[in-house]
Ligand binder design. Structure first.
Ligand code: GLP
Length: 235
């Protein structure tokens, strides 16, 4: 079931997501938290950093990592997570796919996910409807795998790099099936550039061409969007 919440802005969105996490910790149902990178979850991470919530008994697993980047690289997702969350709010253990090894990184990560089933997964949304780094056309059956980033994703993510040529062209990402195994999911999306993807995700056909559309089949998804991201939804 998809629950759609339209919020004023990302600050409010971050607060709403934070409250859901806080509630899950209070009821003792949150042991493994799935995390995402990108600009979307930043307001949530700020809420968490500024809170007195304790995550030292909670394990985190991240969605994805660029191939070739390690934790010392300022553009790696491991580095991003340290800067925006882990340095201030340490978890019991924090897993991110290892971008510095070959495709065995995927088997290793699948093993980690099996040992630590995700209770709550945080997601952002790519402009083309991707979740994690699962680009359009990715099999709904996919587990952690190596992906070739599309031109549109490289274009969207180049703002974090000095030059477009510096953006890695490959990543390791949890697959669609891995994401769907999470007991509950919160997807946040803000701004007009996401409005098309949001409309297709919520009201479109469930198709591998729009990876996020599979969420229509999940039993517990909360979609948090602002007015701009909601602007193409049909009444
Ligand atoms: C990247 C990440 C996704 C993220 C998406 C949207 O491609 N791999 O996990 O959801 O970008 O990014 P942003 O939140 O910056 O719009």
């Amino acid at each position: 079931m998809m629950r759609v919440l339209i919020v004023k802005d990302e600050l409010e969105g971050g607060r709403v997501a934070f409250d859901q996490i806080k509630g899950a910790i209070a009821t003792g149902s949150l042991h493994v938290l799935g995390l995402a990178t990108g600009s979307t979850p930043l307001s949530l991470y700020k809420e968490i950093r500024n809170s007195d919530l304790d995550f030292s008994n909670i394990i985190s697993v991240n969605l994805d990592e660029y191939v070739g980047l390690g934790e010392e690289d300022a553009q790696s997702y491991r580095y991003f997570m340290k800067e925006n969350l882990f340095n201030d709010k340490p978890f019991k253990e924090s897993y991110v796919p290892n971008g510095l090894i070959g495709e065995e990184a995927c088997d290793e990560y699948n093993q980690i996910l099996e040992e630590h089933p995700i209770d709550l997964q945080i997601l952002g949304l790519g402009r083309n409807g991707h979740i994690g780094f699962n680009e359009p056309g990715t099999s709904f059956e996919s587990e952690t795998h190596k992906v070739q980033l599309t031109a549109s994703t490289i274009e969207a993510n180049k703002r974090f790099f000095e030059r477009a040529e510096d953006v890695p062209t490959e990543a390791y990402s949890m697959g669609i099936a891995s994401i769907m195994k999470a007991k509950s999911i919160i997807l946040m999306s803000y701004g007009e550039s996401k409005a098309d993807a949001v409309q297709k995700m919520i009201q479109g056909e469930v198709t591998e061409e729009v990876p996020a559309s599979i969420l229509q089949n999940h039993k517990d998804v909360t979609i948090i969007i602002d007015e701009a991201a909601a602007s193409k939804l049909k009444k």
